[in-house]
Write a protein that binds this ligand. Sequence first.
Ligand code: NAD
Length: 290
Amino acid sequence: MRSNIDGHFLLIGLMAYPIRHSLSPQMQNTIYSKLDIPYVYLAFEVDQEKLADAIKGLRALGLRGSAVSMPNKQLVCNYLDKLTPAVEMSGACNTISNDNGVLTGYNTDGIGYMRMLKEAGVDVIGKKMTILGAGGAATAIVVQAALDGVNEIAIFNQKDDCYAKIETVAKKLNENTKCKVQVFDLANETQLRKAIADSAVLCNATGVGMKPLEGQSLITDPTLLRPELVVTDCIYSPRKTKLLEIAEKQGCKTLNGIGMMLWQGAAQIKIWTGEDAPIEYVKEKIGFND
Ligand code: NAD
């Protein structure tokens, strides 16, 4: 517990509902303490009904910024002054920066994923990736990957509500970036095999592999995975999903969702404080070692 909080400290919020279970306050405050910087981070139970008032409060009280999570990531865009290209394209914001009263919306989930790859020595720029999923995590990753210079992205999803939404995002990316983005039905096994064979990276951005679908994998045929393929999973609990287990057996390099989570938090800290987060320290302190 920090005992030196004085009148100069700045507040950073987290607006979501439900949110009491979140590890973010612990992670963020651990970093602020380690860096000895005058910020505190608190979670606020804010649902869609309270969001407009919460943003007014943020402005009135001069919070330095706020993280935003479900169910507010889309709606919050309506209340901000500026949006980054990634937020414009994805329609989702998870980070607000308050710069002298001007609120800018960022999305650091995709930034975190791309940084995780880079830190692991995986170069996907100019190459192709295949992604399973079309929800919040997948959209953030696809958008950032396209903006960062990935050459081609194949998205596979079941034909649910997310499918039509990602088709709209793919259209925007095809019109506004050099990346070729295609959306396929997850049931199309021929296309899936072909896309993975051409890809440098495969990413699972669905909930398949974590509770209540723990022990399951959307890829069950190991011959889809060749040793040169890097296989990533956004899931971090469990640390090793069924997909990563299969990939490891095939000799693939594997990365779980811990890195994405840590690096997206580090990107938020950079935005709010200008500081580089001590990632190795956080991993050890909060038990995120993978
Ligand atoms: P979401 O609800 O927005 O999207 C879920 C996606 O999973 C959709 O594409 C849906 O079609 C697909 N899906 C669900 N059940 C399926 C099934 N049985 N078969 C095939 N597809 C199925 O969720 P989200 O926020 O995008 O999260 C997706 C995953 O990413 C979750 O496991 C979440 O924990 C993880 N995540 C990790 C991080 C991180 O920092 N590591 C950040 C965000 C999300």
